[in-house]
Design a protein around this ligand. Structure first.
Ligand SMILES: NC(=O)C1=CN([C@@H]2O[C@H](COP(=O)(O)OP(=O)(O)OC[C@H]3O[C@@H](n4cnc5c(N)ncnc54)[C@H](OP(=O)(O)O)[C@@H]3O)[C@@H](O)[C@H]2O)C=CC1
Ligand SMILES: CC(C)(CO)C(=O)C(=O)O
Length: 318
C-alpha cells in the first residue's frame, strides 16, 4: 500500500479550504500529496498554496502537484475528499480513477450519512471512511486559505472490505496516524454515525443561522434571542440523536456553546457558499437528520422551520 519512501501517496479530491489546509499540512510533513482542483487549478499550479494560520503561522507549498483531471493523478493510497457534499455523486469517477486497489477514501465533510451516496458508486474493494473536521478555515482567494482556529480530524469507518471491528479500527488508526504525523490532532471514532450526529449539534444551529440572520458567531453569541435559538436548536439535535439511538455525552451542547464563545469571530462554511451563490449543504446537514429522526418517531419542529427557510434562500440564491 505504501509509496516510494514508505509513506502513503495521498490524493486530495477537491482542494478548497479543507482539502487545501490538510493537504498542505500533509505535504509539509513529507507525504507525497497530489491535489485535484477545478476553478483554482491555474492559480495553484502557477503560484502554489498558502495558508495564513493563527495556529501555525504563514505556510506555503510551492510547487504544488496540481491536477485539473484525476486521469493525470498517480494511483493514491489515501484519497481525502474535500469537496462540498453537494458535489459527491459527480466526484465518484475521479475517486475511482485516482485510487490504488484497496485504497482508503476519507470523506472530510459535515452532515449525516454523507458517505452513503458515494458508497453506491464506488467498487466494494475501496475502504470508505468519514472524517469530522473541527476547524475554522476558509478560502480568501484562489490558493489562499485562512485558518482561524482548531484543526482536529476525528475519523470513523463507514464501509468496505474490512469486515470485523479490529480490521476497521486498524484502518481508522492508520488514517489518524497520517494526520498526527502532520501535527494535527486526530481521534479514532468507534461509531461514525454517532460522531456525525455529535458534530451536527454545532452545524445545525450555527451554519443555518449565519445564513438566515446574516451573522457570524460573535454577534450570534452576543444577542439574547439568537442565543436562545441556538440553544433550542442544539437541544433538538440532541433529542433527534437520542431518538436514533445515540446519546450525547452529558453537557455536550453546553460545551459547544461555551466553546463558540471562546472562538474567534467565525463565518461557517455555509455562509461562504451563500455569499458565493453556491448550493447550500442542506440535504446533508438538515434533510437527512430530519428524515432519520422522523423515521424514529421524533419531530424536530425548530430544525424543520430553519430548513424550510434555508430552502427558500438557497433556491432564490441559485
Ligand atoms: N471550512 C471549514 O472550516 C469546515 C468545513 N467543513 C466541511 O468540509 C467540507 C468542505 O468545505 P470547505 O473546504 O469549506 O469547502 P470549499 O468550498 O472551500 O472547498 C470545496 C472545494 O471542492 C472543489 N470541487 C468541487 N467539485 C469539484 C470537482 N468536480 N472537481 C474538483 N474540485 C471540485 C471546489 O472547487 P471550485 O472552487 O471549482 O468550486 C473547492 O475547491 C464541507 O462538507 C464542509 O461542511 C467541516 C468543518 C469545518
Ligand atoms: C466551527 C466548528 C469547529 C464547529 O465544530 C466546525 O468544525 C465547523 O464549522 O464545521
Amino acid at each position: 500500500m505504501m509509496g516510494a519512501v514508505n509513506k502513503p501517496v495521498v490524493g486530495i479530491i477537491g482542494t478548497g479550504a479543507i482539502g487545501g489546509f490538510y493537504g498542505l499540512m500533509l505535504a509539509r510533513a513529507g507525504f507525497d500529496v497530489h491535489f485535484l482542483l477545478r476553478s483554482e487549478f491555474s492559480a495553484v499550479a502557477e503560484h502554489g498554496l498558502r495558508v495564513d494560520s493563527a495556529v501555525h503561522g504563514a505556510l506555503t507549498l510551492s510547487p504544488v502537484q496540481a491536477y485539473s483531471s484525476a486521469e493525470d493523478m498517480p494511483p493514491c493510497d489515501w484519497l481525502l475528499v474535500g469537496a462540498k457534499t453537494t458535489s459527491n455523486a459527480g466526484l465518484a469517477p475521479s475517486i475511482i480513477q485516482a485510487a490504488k486497489p484497496g485504497a482508503r477514501v476519507l470523506v472530510l465533510q459535515n452532515g449525516l450519512d454523507v458517505e452513503d451516496s458515494l458508497r453506491e458508486l464506488l467498487p466494494d474493494s475501496l475502504h470508505l471512511l468519514g472524517g469530522l473536521c473541527l476547524i475554522c478555515v476558509h478560502r480568501d482567494a484562489p490558493g489562499q486559505i485562512t485558518h482561524q482556529a482548531l484543526g482536529a480530524v476525528n475519523i470513523g469507518y463507514h464501509s468496505g472490505p474490512a469486515t470485523d471491528d479490529a480490521a476497521r479500527m486498524a484502518i481508522v488508526e492508520e488514517g489518524a496516524g497520517l494526520f498526527r504525523a502532520a501535527g494535527i490532532d486526530s481521534q479514532a471514532m468507534p461509531n461514525l454515525h454517532q460522531a456525525r450526529w455529535q458534530k451536527l449539534v454545532w452545524n445545525i444551529p450555527y451554519n443555518g443561522l449565519s445564513v438566515l440572520l446574516g451573522a457570524s458567531t460573535t454577534p450570534l453569541m452576543a444577542d439574547v434571542d439568537s442565543r436562545a435559538s441556538i440553544q433550542a436548536l442544539m437541544a433538538e439535535v440532541v433529542q433527534g440523536a437520542k431518538a436514533c439511538g445515540h446519546d450525547m455525552p452529558p453537557g455536550y451542547a453546553e460545551y459547544l456553546f461555551l466553546m463558540t464563545e471562546k472562538m474567534p469571530d467565525y463565518w461557517p462554511s455555509m455562509y461562504h457558499d451563500f455569499l458565493h451563490k453556491r448550493p447550500l449543504e442542506l440535504e446533508a446537514i438538515y434533510a437527512r437528520p430530519l428524515a432519520a429522526a422522523k423515521a424514529a418517531g421524533c419531530e424536530l419542529p425548530r430544525i424543520e422551520a430553519l430548513y424550510r427557510n434555508l430552502g427558500f434562500i438557497d433556491r432564490r440564491n441559485a
